[in-house]
Design a protein. Sequence first.
Length: 157
Amino acid sequence: MLVLQHVHNGQNIDWTVAAQSGQYTAPVQGLTVSGWTIAPGATVSGAEPPDRVVKFYVQGRIKPKLLCLVDVRYFPLGNRWQPYYRMDEEMFFTHKDGRWLPLTLMNGVPALVTYTPIGFANASGYYRALSFARTTGPITLAGWDVVREQASPFPAP
């Protein structure tokens, strides 16, 4: 469905994320990198595959914490289906003293995830590939969940 890629110490790292629903642990625990690239997964033949959501988790102090969501939707490519991606960052806010304050903080700074599309979006706002990183430091992926959900109907910010 997608391939996570990164170059670490001169070596290419490729982790395949399958379309099968379930919880998965990162193949290398404790690997801390500056960011990841989501590269296109294999095309699929037959009927249109259902939408998937991949929930990426980072290592937390006590347990893994949700980092971001990636919506995966398949679009026709000839007689096959090509996966495309859209990132939805998971950010929570609270209203305190007349101000909106982010709840996800690292060292007093909102732990935002930025993403860089690779190529142009299709008409539905999905990309063939994208890269993502944290604004506050490197990423130590703990794992991910793949769920069959309807992707968010709203465009990513």
